[in-house]
Ligand binder design. Structure first.
Ligand code: SF4
Ligand code: SF4
Length: 63
C-alpha cells in the first residue's frame, strides 16, 4: 500500500488519470499531471485507479 507518484518525464498530459480519480485529486499543470495529496485517498483506501489506467505507465506506487 502506498501513494501514487507521477513520473513527469513520462506523462503526456492525456488526462485519463483525471477521468478516473473520484476525489478530483489530479490536475494538469504545464501539460503534466500533478496529484494533490490532500485529496488523494490512495494510501488509506488502496485506490489504484490512476495507476492502472495510465497508458504511459507514468504513475507508480511508492511505499
Ligand atoms: S494518465 Fe498518465 S500520461 Fe495521462 S495525464 Fe495521467 S499521468 Fe499523465
Ligand atoms: S490513487 Fe486514486 S484517489 Fe489517489 S490520485 Fe490516484 S485515482 Fe485519485
Amino acid at each position: 500500500m502506498g501513494i501514487p507518484v507521477i513520473e513527469q518525464e513520462r506523462c503526456t498530459g492525456c488526462r485519463e488519470c483525471i477521468s478516473v480519480c473520484e476525489p478530483n485529486a489530479i490536475e494538469i499543470v504545464n501539460e503534466k499531471a500533478v496529484i494533490d495529496y490532500g485529496r488523494c485517498y490512495g494510501d488509506t483506501e488502496r485506490c489504484r485507479a490512476c495507476i492502472e489506467i495510465c497508458p504511459q505507465d507514468a504513475i507508480f506506487e511508492m511505499d
